[in-house]
Design a protein around this ligand. Sequence first.
Ligand code: KKD
Ligand code: ZN
Length: 311
Amino acid sequence: MNGVASLSAAHRVAVFGGTHGNELSGIALVGLWLRDGAEIRRRGLEVRPFMANPRAVQERARYIDTDLNRAFTPENLSFQGEDLPYEVKRAQEINQIFGPMGSPDAYDVIFDLHNTTSNMGCTLILESSNDHFNLQMVHYIKHAVAPVTCSVLLNDHPRLHYSTTRSVAKHPIGLEVGPQPQGVLRSNIFESMRLILKHALDFIEHFNGGVEFLPCTVEVYRVVERVDYPRDSNGNISAMVHPDLQDCDWEPLNPGDPMFQMFDGRTVQYKGDCTVYPTFINEAAYYEKQQAFVMTKKETLNANGIKVTKS
Ligand SMILES: CC(=O)N[C@@H](CC(=O)O)C(=O)O
Ligand SMILES: [Zn+2]
């Protein structure tokens, strides 16, 4: 052994767009690939483009009844009856088609395409720090796009983790590209998303084809806290993201640095005792979630070497 683990091939891959109906890059790309899938075809793989929340896409809304990307809880997936919220029914359908979640029948990989209004650039979102297949994939993608940066957000926090659409797959991976306003298509964001997905599919093709990926390290930003806006006694927002923090996703925030600018002009400073790396700063979709930004800490993860199991 040289530290290289054998994993089974990843034959079934899905690409989801429109999990949120107002994030247009993934919707446009999946629409394109539903009409002609040549671009995402790879040897030894089934790659299935899929519109996750078609009614929300129709309405150009994030969701109809409830956020689909929070809906994949065990309770929701096992509810019976007719009167369920649209996204709960849709979650059950998606779990039927691409799951069941946690079973051997589940799809190997789901890429879930999102846009953010934050200045995050290209970001891959992982839900586990010990999925070595995904760690190797993000390592490959980071190298393939360099010198352009592709950041990795790790959300496996026990309290802050949420039940995503992609979590139906064995290897769930989110792709978040911004900044792009809701309901808007920007060509640069569209092309960045398209390129990341190309590299991701290339990685899987190489892996299935027998290429060995050696042990490596991956820099990730681990979610440690969600930060709400300052609020008045009625619960209304009383401040905005400070101009020194706005658009500074992934940049260090040090103790004493400004975070918010109150409507009355005062500044709210970061009072923590260590450097953090804010992201999803001023994301439009997070006002309803009482979230001004996410605090992360930088970490280096070790990825095992991997190669495909000979069958
Ligand atoms: C802006 C946005 O929708 N972000 C995604 C992030 C993710 O896919 O984990 C969400 O909150 O569902
Ligand atoms: Zn989204």
